[in-house]
Ligand binder design. Structure first.
Ligand code: PPS
Length: 568
């Protein structure tokens, strides 16, 4: 063990000529447009990253993987690789049929020969694979709320690789990496899996790990799908490239892995090992809480911090890769160098900055010392995470018709424009309905479409550093939550409940709509003949009955200042 076998790994691609022929024929087949996660899975199936899988799992393989981490024939494989589809599509196809798998532009990447079609028990999958049927786990949430209800399984014929336009030269298939290692004469390779930017401690620990194993190092970051909220891969790759220069020449390589992570902790660690073995690595660094998803809905860690290492160690012979312990490195001030946390010279001063502290410093624009990270890395991170007071954000007013949302929103807009610094856009309910949603009515379905359109525009504004002020009724909690998620990917979402009572709105009846609604002349009128679900935990609740508009807008400004979004 531990020395690389340079032989190529089997791929699922057909020859170029066959691919051209198949592509034409596949044009006639029923076709499935792959989701971003399925594209990642398909790429690693086709290029041998998921060897020995020959396609999306059959029901028998799936069942055994879920229950026992093994394919039906007993081979270790800890994560189900399944093709989830909609019920409508599943009704049209079945075992014995071929379907074309297309990317999001419609390009045919592969053909799936369906052998199995079934409805999985997602609660069991969640419990067994992820350890809990808890929606706080991103993959469980995905399983229940994004993945289709029906799974298709069967062998895959690879026609072409998914196209990537970014960092092409840094992406390698398992066989390309194996060829590179052969060419460089590397026989022992330690893989470092990561989804985070690397700082000095990482550079120290990876270099040490490789040196101790007398091996070369492969920095093998995931650029497919990682944990929601992670630093985007464009930024990370620029950071990795900067760190790569810090290793002694010829010792270390960087290659990007288009994996869709599941954050499955122990099972994920074993899966990562199989993938790295397929890419020609002989060792892998497994860290504390490897691929951990964070806290569950009770605020506790999903997995024991050492469970991943234990499961990996128990299976390492079968995986075919040796585990290297992740050493926690800390900076010793007197020595001006890094030490493993358990080898610190007595009486010395240890410096460390946690991930949370780093994010705080970035958010608040504070100093990040050179002992902690490389200046090039910090510069990249600052570009994508400017201080909070320079980031975009959305203020989302919600409340009954006539509650005063638009008036406060207008006052807030003027005050923010007076302060300057960021462009401000007001997406008022009435204005949106005129320009964006003129064909929509007031059914639940139409209101949801309307709010999601507002959310989408606000998220784009937020992403690009502006301030979006929205002022629709937005009567449904779930829809407001969906909009919050859309926006929080890029910046803060500040929900303001304009809590004017129905009685007061009706008394004011500024547009005469309540009267018409009471007379039944306007149907589905919020508060009268349609529901309004008041927010339970808005960032701010304002009362317009005893406070004037100017003061309400001022309360919002104070909240924004308290959240660090504006500087007074
Ligand atoms: S929603 O539910 O968020 O999509 O509504 P919104 O886009 O904010 O539109 C609300 C404005 O439309 C007018 N209007 C109605 N409101 C509620 N229910 C019904 N049936 C309805 N029909 C017309 C009303 O003027 C609302 O404006 P505001 O500014 O809220 O008073």
């Amino acid at each position: 063990m531990s020395l690389m076998n340079h032989a190529p790994i089997p791929e699922l691609y057909v020859s170029y000529d066959s691919a051209q022929k198949l592509k034409v024929e596949a044009g006639q087949l029923p076709s499935w447009d792959l989701t971003p996660r399925q594209i990642c899975d398909l790429e690693l199936l086709m290029n041998g990253g998921f060897h020995p899988l020959k396609g999306f799992m059959s029901e028998a393989d799936y069942d055994n993987v879920v229950q026992n981490m093994r394919l039906a024939d007993g081979t270790l494989f800890p994560i189900p690789i399944t093709l989830d589809v909609s019920e409508a599509f599943a009704e049209k196809v079945g075992p014995g049929q071929d379907i074309a798998l297309r990317d999001q532009e419609g390009v045919i990447l592969a053909i799936l020969s369906i052998s199995d079609k079934w409805m999985p028990n997602k609660a069991v999958e969640a419990e067994k694979v992820f350890g809990a049927d808890d929606l706080a786990h991103p993959a469980v949430n995905y399983l229940h709320n994004t993945a289709g209800p029906v799974y298709l399984g069967g062998p895959v014929i690879g026609i072409q690789q998914p196209v990537h336009y970014d960092f092409k030269a840094r992406r390698d298939t398992p066989n390309e990496l194996r060829a590179l290692f052969r060419k460089l004469g590397w026989r022992k390779i330690v893989a470092f899996q990561t989804r985070n930017p690397l700082h000095r401690a990482h550079q120290e620990l990876t270099f040490r790990a490789a040196r101790e194993a007398e091996a070369n190092l492969l920095i093998h970051p995931v650029v497919g799908m990682t944990k929601p909220g992670d630093v985007d891969h464009f930024t990370r790759v620029r950071c990795y490239e900067a760190v790569l220069d810090k290793y002694p020449a010829q010792t270390t390589a960087l290659s990007l892995l288009n994996l869709a992570m599941r954050m499955a902790g122990p099972r994920e660690a074993v899966w990562h090992g199989i993938i790295r073995r397929n890419h020609g690595c002989t060792h892998m660094i497994v860290g504390r809480d490897h691929a951990g998803p964070g806290k569950n809905s009770q605020g506790k860690d999903f997995y024991d911090p050492y469970a991943a290492q234990e499961l990996f160690r128990a299976h390492q012979a079968e995986i075919g890769i040796e585990m290297v312990d992740f050493m926690h490195m800390v900076y010793v001030q007197e020595k001006a160098q890094y030490y493993p946390a358990n080898e610190i010279p007595e009486g010395s001063t240890v410096l460390d900055i946690s991930g949370t502290e780093l994010r705080r410093r970035l958010r608040e624009g504070l100093e990040i010392p050179e002992w902690f990270s490389f200046p090039e890395v910090v510069a990249e991170l600052r570009k994508t995470s400017p201080a909070r007071s320079k980031q975009g954000f959305t203020v989302f007013f919600t409340g009954l018709s006539g509650s005063g949302k638009s008036t406060i929103a207008n006052a807030l807009m003027v005050k923010l424009m007076e302060m300057g610094g960021r462009p401000v856009t007001l997406l008022d309910g009435d204005v949106v309905r005129k320009h964006l949603s003129s064909e929509l009515g007031f059914s639940k379905e139409h209101r949801d479409i309307n709010i999601k359109r507002i959310g989408y525009v606000a998220s784009e504004i937020t992403k690009n550093g502006g301030i979006a002020i929205c002022a629709p009724i937005a009567p449904y909690t779930a829809t407001r939550r969906a909009v919050r998620e859309m926006i929080e990917a890029y910046g803060a979402f500040v929900e303001v409940h304009v809590a004017t009572s129905l009685e007061e709105c009706e008394r004011r009846d500024r547009k005469g709509l309540y009267k018409l609604a009471r007379e039944g002349k306007i149907k589905e009128f919020t508060g009268i003949s349609d529901p309004y679900e008041a927010p339970e935990n808005p960032e701010l609740r304002v009362d317009t009955e005893n406070v004037d508009v100017d003061h309400c807008a001022h309360q919002v400004l104070l909240k924004l200042e308290q959240m660090g979004l504006i500087r007074a």
